[in-house]
Each structure stands twice: as C-alpha cells, then as structure tokens.
Unconditional design. Structure first.
Length: 271
C-alpha cells in the first residue's frame, strides 16, 4: 500500500461580529477587540490522505475533492453573515476555531476513497488555524516581524573554517534580515468563548518578550543569549521559544517558526 496526500485550496468571503449574547461586552472586547461587523477573505486548504490507486494514480479524484468542498462548505459560508445566516453559529462564536469545527464536521464523512487528514483556515496573512485528524487539539498560528543584524561565526573555529562554513554570512561587520516569526499554540476549544486562548495576550507577550527585545538589534552584540552562542536561525527560534514560556496566552506553545529569508526557515518544538 502506498499512501499519498492531496491538498486543495478554496476561498470564500464571510462577515461576522463578536457581540455575543452570552459574553459580557467588556470580556468580548478583551478577547476579540472591536465588536463591530467585519469581514474576511478566508483561504481554506483541505488535505486528503489515502492509498494511491493502482488504477488511476490518485488518492481521491480532484473533481470530487473540489465538489465536496464547494457543495458542503463554500455554498454554506460564502458571502454569508455567519452570526445570522449559518445555523451552526446561532449559539457558537464565529471564531477560527469554531469555523474549523464546522468545516471538519461537513467534510469528514464526505470523501468515498480518501480520509480527511488536515484543514487550514487563513483569516488574514498573519493568522491561521490548523485542525488535524487524530488530535483533539487545534493549532493557532500568529505571525510577527522584526529586523535584526547578526554575524554567523563560531569562536572555536579559525577564520578560514568559518568562511568555509558560513560564507559571506561571517562578514565581520555582520549583515541584516527582515525576520518573520510564527508562534503556534495548541489546545482544546473553550465552548463558551470558542477560542483556545486569548490572541491579544499572545500579541502582548510577543511584543514585550520578542519584538521589543530583538527588533533593530545586532544580535551578537546586543543580546546576552548570543554572547557565546551563534545566532543562527535555529538558535534564534530556540531563544524566542524560551522567552515566550510554555503557555503563552494560556495555550500550550507548540512551535516557533523563524523565516530568515524566503528560502531559509527554521522550526523549533522545544526539548
């Protein structure tokens, strides 16, 4: 048996608000920010897992994958006001977490050959959520940016060895990057709020512990952790993990992903 994975992307637009009758307005504002009606251009990725057929070489017919998504999800959500137009959200907040729950329930039983493996919903470029088969957790990812300079240089190596290992990146004056860091947390969805954490708390923590600490710094010279540790993408991701602690925003820290360039990305999952 040869297992394959096939992913399909679809988009839809929908509006919602978080002025919810079962939440005090002050609490809702603290959790979600402004409570007025607003909309998003959502991007949905659906991944199907299954055996690659010897007859046709597919996990699932791509036309079937598309038609199921369109009929069971897009038709239900696109150009809708979620709070009023979708019965599922009459007593649930229209969060990314609950939206993922709705989509999963609609898609999971619908594929005749493959099995629903994972869905990803992107609400905005720096905010997306993953739900995966076999896990009760949901995985929420928020992206942030900072600029910093560094020099890749290992003190225990000679200059020639450093040049051979790091090339131009060991330039004595250093060089800079526009870094993008993704912070992923995981957890169960709170039935009352429809969230796994307060994203505003994560934003505040990242601003204080990461952005204010690293932005516009020369990592080798200004950051104590790199006084005797090479500031590679891997080590920067590890430092960010350690500064955030195990439960930012109340959810378990799952991954720190650091984009040093478009082609160089490091992931850190802790010890």
């Amino acid at each position: 048996m040869t297992i394959g994975y096939l992913r399909r992307e679809q988009t839809f637009a929908a509006a919602h608000h978080y002025k919810l009758p079962w939440l005090d307005e002050a609490e809702a504002a603290r959790l979600f920010g402004p409570l007025s009606i607003h909309g998003h251009n959502y991007v949905l990725h659906v991944t199907i897992r299954g055996e690659i057929s010897d007859d046709h070489g597919m996990v699932e017919n791509l036309k079937t994958i598309k038609s199921v998504i369109v009929d069971r999800v897009i038709a239900e959500l696109d150009r809708k006001f979620l709070n009023d137009d979708v019965a599922y959200f009459k007593d649930k907040s229209p969060t990314l977490e609950n939206l993922a729950g709705f989509i999963w329930e609609r898609l999971e039983p619908a594929y005749p050959n493959g099995a629903l493996h994972e869905i990803r919903i992107t609400e905005e470029p720096e905010l997306y959520l993953d739900k995966k088969a076999g896990s009760d957790d949901m995985f929420l990812t928020r992206g942030y940016h900072f600029c910093a300079a560094h020099r890749l240089h290992q003190a225990s190596l000679s200059d020639e060895e450093n040049r051979a290992l790091f090339g131009k990146c060991t330039n004595p004056s250093g060089h800079g990057h526009n870094y993008r860091v993704e912070v992923t947390v995981k957890g169960d969805v709170d039935a009352r709020t429809g969230t796994i954490c307060n994203i505003s708390d994560i934003d505040k923590l990242v601003d204080e512990k990461v952005i204010d600490y690293l932005d516009h710094m020369h990592l080798n010279c200004d950051i104590p952790e790199f006084a005797d540790m090479n500031p590679t993408a891997e080590n920067i991701a590890r430092v960010i993990w350690e500064r955030l602690g195990p439960k930012p925003g109340g959810a378990a820290l799952h991954r720190v992903r650091l984009h040093e360039t478009d082609r160089n990305v490091a992931d850190y999952y802790g010890e």
